[in-house]
Design a binder for this molecule. Sequence first.
Ligand code: ATP
Ligand code: MG
Length: 448
Amino acid sequence: MKLRKENILIVDDDTNVLELLQRHLHSWNFHVYKAVSVKEAVAILKDTRLSLLITDLKMPEIDGTELLKFVSEHYPDLPRLVVTGYPSVQDSLAAIKSGVHEYLTKPFTKDELKEAIDRAISINENEVEQKGHQTKEGEGYGEMTGGSESIEHIFEIIDRLKDNKATVFINGESGTGKELVARSIHYQGKFANFPFIAVNCGGIPENLLETELFGYVKGAFTGAEKDREGFFQAANGGSIFLDEIANASLAVQSRLLRVLQEKEVVRVGSQKTESIDLRVIAATNSSLKEMISKGSFREDLYYRLTVVEINLPPLRERKEDIPLLVDKFLTKYAIEYHDRFMRIDPQALDVLMRYDWPGNIRELENVIQRAVILGNRIIGVSDLPENLKYVIDFPKDKLFPLKEIELQYIKKVLNFTNDNKTRAAEILQIDRKTLREKLKDDKLNSNK
Ligand SMILES: Nc1ncnc2c1ncn2[C@@H]1O[C@H](COP(=O)(O)OP(=O)(O)OP(=O)(O)O)[C@@H](O)[C@H]1O
Ligand SMILES: [Mg+2]
């Protein structure tokens, strides 16, 4: 799954087209930047080395022909592919005049898209020499450890993003390393000397979030005795990390939208705008798509946040990283607690490899930390928590629905606890009611 060297920017106000293009481009391993307006496209063009621009022509506010003109003046070597509905003769002429290499009319097939891209990019390769980007090879990237294909893919993306200020959206289960990725993008890049400010949107009471993010002016509310800047002003020049973005209220969402669109903030109680220049990184472990369909997350904000998307794979899908991570945490905690090195015995490592890590890397780190505290020089199976030790091995050549695996595992735990449901619920870290419900499903099925 190695990323291709080409970065492609796609610009379209129709988010369905953006998604379709992104899906196709990702399937060919291109690195994709998205923009829903010409203004946003220009911001990305400014600090990103691109290999291709794919743009629509008809867009509200500034339209695509203006973007093409801008590109032919400022980035004449950047190949351009226009994707549009029925183009007028005038539009086509204007596009050709501004040096468009390829033209695709909607609807188009995946093959037609690929052919147009290949032709547009090869034109460029004949004209200017391309410098390959630098990938970090090895077993980690900054503070991040991992050697699996999927995590190396993430390292490559970080490498492409670290020196520009494109908005990044990180999605992944709890404990997969979302914050660490955000920090890596910031601290590995050229804006590392500017601030990195992490804001937990779920941790600040809703009525304070606006003032915390955007600041306020004296007299904005009782108690506002002097002007105060918010996190956005404080992070200026660097990065702001909006963690748990799903928890931002609709009011805060609409202010965020404005910040992303206009690159300006307005303090609470003020009319005056302040321009800001920073990178926004947002993260969540919830599905924003689901929230959009329920009306609790703004779709327009979603598209502004997902200029670049990073999906962090859960640890169970990259188990080959477990030994490396174990090694890293073993060293870290053994030195911290005992001032010496420790090892893990092969059986204990085997147990760790079989477990599915619902809490991902954070859970693994906690397990190792605990084992280091409890264990001697060599960590053995007895130093590991009970719930890890009873994982059933499913046949490797057959795949099972999640429900079935869950049920098998619940039965295994019940077996271990001699049918003691309270103890089983404790081990599974669910409440007894949930356990009963999960078992009820099974009973219904077996009575059918
Ligand atoms: N690739 C990695 N290498 C080493 N340590 C990692 C890696 N990924 C995550 N960690 C560590 O795992 C822990 C959890 O990571 P992090 O806090 O970034 O996860 P998260 O996705 O933000 O979790 P949550 O959704 O619960 O906030 C941290 O201690 C982090 O340092
Ligand atoms: Mg986090």
